[in-house]
Design a protein. Sequence first.
Lengths: 180, 193
Amino acid sequence: MSALARRYAKALFALAKEARVLESTAAELDRVATLAEEPTVGSVLRSPLLSPQQRHALAETVARELQVSDLQKRFVFLLADHQRLGELSAIRDEFQHLLDDDLGRVRVVIRSAVALTPRQQTDLIATFSRLTDKQVISTVAVDPDLLGGVLVEVEGKVYDGSVRTQLSRLAKELTGTASL
Amino acid sequence: MSRRGLTAWVGGVLAHPLLCAAGAWAAEEAEHSDSGTPFGTLFFSTVNLALFLWILGRYVMPPVRAWVANRRAQVVSALHAAATAKAEAERLREEWARRVAEIEPTIARLRAQALEDTERERTRILDAARKTAETIRRDAERAAAYEIRRTQEQLRRGLVLQALQLAEERARQQWSAADQERFVGAFLKQVAK
């Protein structure tokens, strides 16, 4: 994540917190960023061929269509004027991270080779909640390529309990090579 | 012929008729005398002899003496040259004799030197060949060891790959809920640590 995106996200976060609209701003930013991630829309937003007026008009259209708040609208205009619409996704992620930090939350991605039982999910969430001392917001995905076990990503760290990784580690020990 | 010789020859030719005439006149005188020593004959013979000796001393002897002196000088010079040549020849003979006398030791010395050089060169070549052979042997051993190690690693790698594929296949086919439960439990314990 770029320092630039972090600066914009912090600025928006400060304004939203001051206005006590953190959650709604995060949701609006997510909608705008999701739209910007669309290949057709994104290529237009990032195009250097657009004049400042055209970019501003485009940002206005996006804000009107998505019916965002005045704060969000001004933020999108600012990004358009500074040709930073391409940074929307990174700003959204950073804003989400700031929001989670502020609210004492942590996002956890759980990948499992087979579908986890509710009890297993609960145990995992409870374990990582204790580990991070934060409220866990989990995203669970099934990944058969893991062969067995689970893999959890928390705040950029990966806790790997998959059969795939254990087999690779065993192969590495047996052959002395980095990967097979 | 020299000028002096020529003069002597001309004098002799001119005096010859005179001497002959004197002789003839003396002979005629002798015929007219009856007995005893014919003084005329004696006189003319004496004159004749005197003339002969004078001509001989005046014209013949100087060239002869000069020729003899010249010849003597030539002979002396030739003798000197011969003596010098003889001395040079003697010197050369002695030198060659000395050289001949030195040939054997020189040949022996050269032969010994050549043998020594040959031996030294032979030793050097053998050493170099030995070192080269040793290097080749070491390289060959190293290459063989490397090949063996590489082959072993390939075999091990192949075996591990096969085992890994087999394990993956088994896991895909036979992974049960109990296995997952066991793995998740172990994972949680590990994370909790």
